[in-house]
Ligand binder design. Structure first.
Ligand SMILES: C[S@@+](CC[C@H](N)C(=O)[O-])C[C@H]1O[C@@H](n2cnc3c(N)ncnc32)[C@H](O)[C@@H]1O
Length: 289
């Protein structure tokens, strides 16, 4: 009930019984892409259901995907928090629009909102790509990256850091002695460095035809992220058999990489046309196995 106090304040009274009623959630099918708003898909999921999410939402007003705009960010973030398992991770790949020399800062606002509702900002990572076209502001340095915010619901339950950065000085560990000032010998062990160490948190990918996706159908979507990007996050923050969700599935990159890496997937996509592309990519992929 909504009432007004004498001071003119609006008070919203909620019915406690109503709030305590368990919300009925119908069953959600694994390994499916839902042609609907992601809020409707998440409404079907029970709490603590998803192991990890990899996604790239529409950025500001930069593109109209079949006329769809993105104005439900806060509700979507709250639902992502509810459906993510404890220790689960959400990878949110995004960038900002520049309007008259001023970046919107939407990416930061969204990151702070995720923190406000309970996620940890586990890492702010960078997706580096070769600069292309008129991106950003031509009076600034050439824009060449997007953010990959890694949010976690508590400490991530799976962390498999990719170790493919070559160490400049690989060496075996050894032991030796060092003579001290008073003439005595001190035994000491030198730790070794393996040939490869963990990566930095800026990941670089070639993009565009022949690079972003290994199939041709994907390019019918105007804003795919690289298959390798999705795969690298999936293997970093989930294990085989885990459920990987993409609320903005687009051409189905996340689903395809989940299948190839033996994870289960769920996707949501508003556009029927993009759902068909995603389905075709997954079917082609099924034929490869
Ligand atoms: C940046 S694209 C994602 C591209 C995807 N990562 C790929 O590799 O193909 C964002 C997608 O979100 C879809 N979308 C926008 N709002 C949505 C919503 N509320 N629920 C589901 N999909 C939505 C758009 O139609 C668009 O295809």
């Amino acid at each position: 009930m909504v009432t007004k106090t004498r001071a003119g304040e609006i008070v919203i009274e909620t019915n406690a019984k109503e709030l305590m009623k368990p919300v009925k959630r119908s069953c959600i099918k694994l390994n499916s892409i839902y042609n609907e708003n992601c809020l409707d898909t998440m409404a079907k999921m029970s709490d603590n259901f998803i192991d990890m999410t990899v996604t790239s939402p529409p950025y500001d007003d930069m593109r109209k995907y079949g006329g769809n705009t993105f104005n439900e960010f806060e509700l979507i973030a709250q639902e992502l928090y509810r459906v993510t398992k404890k220790g689960g991770v959400v990878v949110w790949v995004t960038a900002d629009q520049t309007i008259k020399g001023d970046e919107t800062g939407t990416s930061f606002k969204q990151a702070l909102y995720f923190k406000q509702i309970g996620f940890d900002l586990f890492d702010t990572m960078i997706y580096l790509k070769p600069p292309r076209g008129a991106v950003g502001n031509n009076k600034t340095y050439w824009q060449t990256f997007e953010y990959m915010f890694v949010f976690s619901k508590g400490t991530p339950k799976t962390i498999n850091l990719i170790k493919d950065r070559e160490n400049k000085e690989a060496r075996e560990g050894d032991s030796g002695t060092k003579r001290l000032y008073d003439g005595t010998l001190l035994k000491r062990n030198r730790t070794g460095y393996s040939k490869y160490g963990r990566r930095t948190n800026a990941w670089e990918y070639l993009i565009g035809s022949g690079h972003s996706a290994s199939d041709k159908i994907a390019y019918k979507h105007p804003a795919i992220f690289p298959e390798k990007l999705a795969q690298d996050h999936i293997i970093s923050w989930s294990k085989e058999g885990d459920i990987v969700y993409d609320p903005f599935m687009g051409s189905g990159t996340t689903a395809k990489m989940a299948i190839l890496n033996k994870r289960k997937y769920i996707g949501s996509e508003l556009s029927c046309e993009y759902c068909e592309i995603a389905q075709k990519r997954i079917e082609c992929d099924d034929e490869m196995h």
